[in-house]
Write a protein that binds this ligand. Structure first.
Ligand SMILES: [Fe+2]
Length: 305
């Protein structure tokens, strides 16, 4: 993980060059057509894994098979090494959340379950380290009548943009006290939890960069230091203006698989009786790395529940 050490400039520059070489330039380059989501071909699997390796993000487009059944989510995920799911209180009993507009119930007051826009965030930013969300999969059963588009940004790219601008931003965002989510009954999906931690961290168990972020301003405490304030505002500016963002409005049978990249959502309007419905599962693992020998995922070391 030498590339993320501010002292080691040469490791950083080597990694940066590799990361930006042949980086996808449009959403179309992230899309993989799959024939049967319940049984991916080796080629389909390799394409999804390689995209996740390069950009931390891939979009599949399935046309056949039962694409309305929630089992499609676990079926695809397992084939990519995603096994252990996080449960939050809005999730269904199978730990998969049905993201749709809810008119009643405890989840109906949370923005994901309304048609309102969702600001930039990584999933589970309020989770403790032991429940780090390293990947998520979102599968579209029905899109909205209009709107509901997501924009994605690879946190490694954001790290590069910030470090190139000012390495001090990275130092401030790696501060273990950078961002605190205080307990608050109106706050997020974990109202009882207080979590303090960095925005960027090295995830020792996977030897990768981990990002924890929300652009919401209510109920979030940022470290009160000039360096942190500067870094936060540089981050916000970059989120809203850089050429590495991918926009996509998921259509029926499509889904996104990613290593918990930054994302947002535009507001949307539903059809009267068939509203937007997405299934979302969050995982403690990252998407498996492709095996250079044959492209197979390293699933052997993931223990099934
Ligand atoms: Fe999210």
């Amino acid at each position: 993980m030498q590339q993320f050490s501010l002292e080691n400039q040469s490791a950083y520059h080597q990694w940066r060059t590799r990361k930006l070489r042949n980086y996808p330039t449009c959403t179309e380059q992230l899309i993989v057509d799959i024939r049967n989501p319940y049984q991916l071909t080796q080629e389909e699997k390799n394409s999804l894994l390689q995209l996740c390796e390069k950009a931390n993000l891939a979009i599949y487009r399935a046309r056949h098979g039962d694409l309305q059944d929630k089992n499609v989510v676990t079926a695809i995920a397992r084939q990519l090494g995603l096994i252990h799911m996080d449960a939050n209180f809005c999730a269904d009993r199978d730990r998969i959340s049905s993201i749709q507009v809810l008119r009643e119930g405890s989840a109906s007051s949370y923005i994901p379950y309304t048609n309102r826009p969702l600001n930039w965030h990584t999933d589970g930013y309020y989770n403790r380290d032991a429940q780090r969300i390293r990947a998520f999969l979102m599968h579209c059963v029905r899109p909205a009548e209009s709107g509901g588009e997501n924009t994605y940004l690879d946190p490694e790219i954001l790290y590069i943009l910030l470090r190139d601008q000012n390495p001090g931003h990275i130092e401030a965002l790696m501060d273990p006290e950078a961002m605190t989510i205080p307990p608050n009954p109106e706050n997020s999906e974990r109202p009882d939890l207080e979590t303090t931690g960095p925005v960027f961290a090295i995830d020792r168990s996977t030897q990768t960069l981990y990002m924890r972020y929300t652009a919401r301003s209510r109920n979030i405490q940022w470290k009160d230091s000039p360096a942190c304030t500067r870094a936060r505002s540089a981050l916000q500016e970059l989120l809203n203006d850089n050429t590495y963002r991918f926009r996509h409005c998921l259509q029926s049978g499509e889904g996104v698989i990613c290593n918990n990249v930054l994302h947002n959502r535009t507001m949307f309007a539903d059809k009267p009786r068939s509203g937007r419905l997405l299934y979302r599962a969050r995982f403690y693992e990252r998407v498996s790395s492709p095996d250079p020998a044959n492209g197979m995922a390293h699933t052997d070391d993931v223990v099934a529940e």
